[in-house]
Design a protein around this ligand. Sequence first.
Ligand SMILES: [Zn+2]
Length: 60
Amino acid sequence: MMQLECICGNKAVFFTAGDRDDAGREYLELEDDDVLTVTIGEDSVVFQCKFCGHRYRLQQ
Ligand SMILES: [Zn+2]
């Protein structure tokens, strides 16, 4: 399980569903997609809090 906590206290929880891709990597799923928007770009992933609108960028 993986958790992201926003500055506003909103928490997004990711869990593994048990499915794996061809390389054996497990898929991460967002427990509740009402709390966070995930946008996958070319070189980064952006998480946006649905409560306060704060955005986090995870660069590859
Ligand atoms: Zn927030």
